[in-house]
Design a protein around this ligand. Sequence first.
Ligand code: F6R
Length: 248
Amino acid sequence: MRLIIMDNADKVSEWAAKYVAKRIRHFNPGPDRYFVLGLPTGGTPLGMYEYLIQYYRAGDISFKYVKTFNMDEYVGIPRDHVESYHYYMMTNFFTHVDIDPNNAHILDGNAVDLHAECMNYERLIEEAGGVHLFIGGIGPDGHIAFNEPGSSLASKTRVKTLARETLEANARFFDNDIEKVPKQALTVGVGTVMSAETVMILITGSHKAFALHKAIEEGVNHMWTVSAFQQHPKTIILCDEDATLELK
Ligand code: F6R
């Protein structure tokens, strides 16, 4: 595992975007050879998406031969809802670069058969040849995607009923009304992310400092799902100074 500590969140975003750009360029993708990227939503990666858009506009990078798989999506809210991850990805990234929308995969939280949707997502990842680089973010409780404390570290894409704490934490995005927060989500599993060739986890802010400590300085523990990546052959933890406050 590589631990990379940058001065601040902006430097984390820049480093992450440069790394993504470098990996795509070195892969030299083409019509018969797509680079496969796993992507997160949330506040943390917003800066990385901005830098990637800049590099695209400057002609330094193209997403023409890139396939993406997002980590998760809420169940039962329309795609154009401002809190849907479809909306987030379209507004913050996909519509600003040259990715073919058919290659930008996001779980469908309105699928009639949610279980089949999850199985199909795993199949699509497999058919794409697996994920070359999965980028993730974590919550202060160490969750990655919607793999909350206690999730199986071998889990694959599935339907998750969200914990009361998650509903409370997310209420701020839904008019501060917990009743409006979707009760379920579709999420890749810890095992899905573990299958990627490289995993890069972005962690910024002092509110994530304890989670970073649990992620790397104690043993693997399903109550801190991010700790699973200690056993991944190629994980990069990219964090800012603030996130290191609890490191020994
Ligand atoms: C994102 C995701 C989550 C977030 C995490 C941190 O698709 O599944 O793991 O990365 O909740 O969110 P922010 O970045 O908003 O602190």
